[in-house]
Design a binder for this molecule. Structure first.
Ligand code: NIG
Ligand code: FE
Length: 403
C-alpha cells in the first residue's frame, strides 16, 4: 500500500506514548504477513512491480484489538438503562435480580443459532470500525449447558467470519440463582467439571472471574483461577471495578495476563502489577455509563504498567462496541493522550491476549492486520470525533471491508 500520509507502527519499543510515526509511508505484505514498512521513497526495487493499493494520503494504524467483550448475549437491558439514567444505582438493580442475572435469563433462552446470528451482525459492524481481533467472554450462561453453548458459538464465529475471535471462560461472572444458598457447590461445578471439560475440548484460551462484593471473593478467585492455571488457561480478572478489593494484587500474584476495570485500584495494586508485568485493561465505557471514577491511568503509565483500552461490550455496563469511541473517552475521562490510547487499543491490547508476537503493530513478520483511517493524525482523529473514520479494514492481508 502506498500514498500513506501518516503511519503509526506501534512497535514494542519505548513507552506507551511511543507509537513510531512515519510520514509518506508504504506498507508491503505477502499473503498474510507484513514484509516491509518504511518511507515510500525508500521502497526497495524488488517490491515496485507488486500490485498496489492507494491509501489516498490517509492514516494507517495497526488493526484495532478489542481485548475485552461479552459479545454473545440474548436480549438487551434498555429498561434498566432508563432506571439508571434517572439515578438508580447499577448495584441496586443487580441486587434486585436485574443486571447480569437479567441477561442470564435471556441468554439461556437463546439457541446457539440465534446467538450466532446476532453475533455475526455485531461483528459485521465491528469490522467497519477498523477492528481485526475481538476477545469474547462467556458468563451469561452460568450452567454447564449454556456456558458451553456460548463457547461453541465463539469457536464457530471464529470460522464463520474474518475477525479473529479469542474466547474466555467467565463461568465465575456471578453466582447463578439456583446456587444462591450454596455457592460452594457452584464453585465446585466450575473447578471440578467445567474448567477441566473446557480445557480438554479446547473451548477457551483464557479464564476470567468477576471479583466484587456481588460476585466472588478474593479467596474464591484464588481457588478458581488456581485450578484454571493448572489446566493451562491464561488468566484474567474483572478487578476493583466498583470497590477496592485487592483484585489487582491477586492478578499480579497469580501471573494473570491482565486485570481489567481497575477504577478503584490501590497503590499497592499498581506496584504489584508493574512488578508482575500485568496489563491493565481500561474500560472507559463502564466508567462513563455507570458514572464512576476513572481508572488512574496516569499513575499506572508512570509506574510502567501497560494500559490497554477496550469496550467491554455487554448489555449492562457498556452496551456499545465502538472501540474508537472508547479510545476517545480514554483521552477525555482517563487523561491518556491520543497516542497512548492508540497503543492501548493495538499493541497493548495484543499483549492482554498474549498475541503480541503476531499482531498489534506494523512491522515485518507480523500479520497484515491494519486499518486506513480518514484523518491527518492520531491527535486529529481522537479530537474531531466522527461516526466512523475508518475507510478500509485489512485482516491477514485481505481487505475485509472498505467504504
Ligand atoms: O464487565 N463487571 C462485570 N461484568 C460486566 C457487566 C455485566 C453486566 O452488567 O451485564 C462488566 O462490566
Ligand atoms: Fe467485562
Amino acid at each position: 500500500m502506498t500514498n500513506i500520509g501518516i503511519l503509526y507502527a506501534c512497535k514494542d519499543d519505548g513507552v506507551q506514548k511511543d507509537i513510531h510515526e512515519l510520514k509518506n509511508a508504504a506498507l508491503v505484505w505477502e499473503k498474510e504477513k507484513i514484509v516491509w514498512v518504511g518511507h515510500e521513497d525508500a521502497l526497495p526495487d524488488m517490491y515496485s512491480e507488486m500490485e498496489r493499493m492507494d491509501a489516498g494520503g490517509n492514516m494507517v494504524i495497526p488493526g484495532l484489538i478489542d481485548c475485552h467483550t461479552h459479545l454473545a448475549f440474548g436480549g438487551w437491558r434498555e429498561d434498566e438503562y432508563e432506571l439508571r439514567s434517572l439515578g438508580r444505582p447499577y448495584i441496586e438493580i443487580a441486587k434486585a435480580g436485574g443486571g447480569i442475572l437479567n441477561s442470564v435469563r435471556n441468554t439461556r433462552e437463546a439457541t446457539e443459532d440465534e446467538l450466532i446470528e446476532v453475533c455475526i451482525e455485531r461483528l459485521d459492524e465491528i469490522k467497519k470500525l477498523g477492528v481485526t481481533t475481538v476477545e469474547c467472554k462467556s458468563g451469561y450462561g452460568l450452567n454447564k449447558e449454556d456456558e458451553l453453548k456460548v463457547l461453541r458459538v465463539y469457536r464457530k464465529l471464529d470460522a464463520l467470519q474474518p475477525l479473529d475471535i479469542i474466547s474466555t471462560f467467565l463461568g465465575a461472572h456471578t453466582i447463578p440463582p439456583e446456587y444462591k444458598e450454596n455457592r460452594e457447590e457452584y464453585i465446585r461445578l466450575l473447578t471440578d467439571d467445567l474448567i477441566p471439560f473446557i480445557a480438554e475440548n479446547d473451548l477457551a484460551t483464557f479464564c476470567d472471574i468477576f471479583v466484587e462484593e456481588t460476585a466472588f471473593s478474593i479467596d474464591e478467585a484464588r481457588t478458581i483461577l488456581g485450578t484454571a492455571k493448572k489446566a493451562g488457561f491464561g488468566l484474567k480478572l474483572h478487578a476493583d471495578q466498583l470497590s477496592s478489593g485487592g483484585g489487582a494484587e491477586l492478578a499480579a500474584e497469580l501471573g494473570a495476563v491482565s486485570a481489567d476495570h481497575l477504577e478503584y485500584i490501590s497503590d499497592d495494586g499498581i506496584r504489584a502489577m508493574a512488578k508482575a508485568n500485568t496489563v491493565a485493561v481500561s474500560i472507559p465505557f463502564a466508567t462513563f455509563y455507570l458514572r464512576q471514577q476513572s481508572i488512574p491511568a496516569r499513575k499506572l503509565i508512570d509506574a510502567g504498567v501497560p494500559v490497554a483500552v477496550s469496550t467491554d461490550f455487554n448489555p449492562g455496563s457498556a452496551p456499545s462496541y465502538h472501540l474508537p469511541l472508547a479510545m476517545h473517552l480514554g483521552c477525555t475521562l482517563q487523561y491518556m493522550s491520543p497516542a497512548e490510547v492508540l497503543k492501548g487499543a493495538t499493541l497493548y491490547a495484543a499483549k492482554a491476549l498474549n498475541l503480541d508476537t503476531h499482531t498489534g503493530s506494523l512491522e515485518p513478520g507480523k500479520n497484515a492486520d491494519f486499518a486506513v483511517i480518514k484523518s491527518k493524525s492520531i491527535n486529529h482523529w481522537m479530537y474531531h470525533f466522527t461516526p466512523n473514520a475508518c475507510q478500509m479494514t485489512v485482516k491477514d492481508g485481505r481487505v475485509i471491508w472498505s467504504v
